[in-house]
Design a protein around this ligand. Structure first.
Ligand code: ADP
Length: 184
């Protein structure tokens, strides 16, 4: 089973939850730019101070910042036998930067979690994370559709191993589906 995995999915697809469970199951590090950025904000670093307003608005932090963070993370020893990228890349320049840093054949699987739009909207309304205003949620969706979703075609068109998984259902059922596609 490939151990260099990229997880893609819209906001509310359960991507972060599945990423954590998968990393535990496979024993690979969870490389989440969202987690890393929130950690910078919590620690009050310069980077965190610069990124906070952008994140609160549902906009994307600059490619330079996230690319540098991921590059540094992938260079650490524990990422040498595998990793799961979650929330990165989110833009075409980030995907191209990853290809340069890691190589075009670096990914064993690009897993796309698919959830219908109506279900995503229902989940967003039910969840209501305190830092998520309706406006921010809508903004994140729009950013995903315009900037991140096209990466699926980018990876398909360049013959990378893209697999799709139905993200509707119980958390552990979705996890089993992902494990199954990774094993096949
Ligand atoms: P979500 O809440 O959709 O799971 P994340 O936790 O992955 O999102 O990220 C939270 C915020 O951090 C994003 O809305 C964005 O502002 C910023 N961010 C995370 N990853 C990236 C990235 N790869 N490029 C630019 N901005 C990012």
């Amino acid at each position: 089973m490939g151990r260099r995995i990229l997880l893609l999915g819209p906001p509310g697809s359960g991507k972060g939850t599945q990423a954590e469970l998968l990393c535990k199951a496979l024993g690979i590090p969870h490389v989440s730019t969202g987690v890393m950025l929130r950690d910078h904000v919590a620690r009050g670093t310069d980077l965190g101070k610069r990124a906070k307003a952008t994140m609160d608005a549902g906009d994307l932090v600059s490619d330079e910042i996230v690319v540098a963070m991921v590059e540094e993370r992938l260079a650490t020893a524990d990422a040498s036998c595998g990793f799961l990228l979650d929330g990165f890349p989110r833009t075409r320049p980030q995907a191209e930067a990853l290809d340069e840093v890691a190589g075009r054949d670096a990914l064993d699987a690009v897993v796309v979690i698919e959830v219908p739009e109506a279900e995503l909207v229902a989940r967003a309304l039910a969840r209501g994370r305190s830092d998520d205003t309706a406006e921010t949620v809508a903004k994140r969706f729009a950013v995903y559709r315009t900037q991140t979703e096209p990466l699926i075609a980018y990876y398909r068109d360049s013959a990378r191993p893209v697999v799709t998984v139905d993200g509707v259902g119980e958390i552990l059922d979705v996890l089993s589906r992902i494990v199954a596609v990774l094993a096949s």
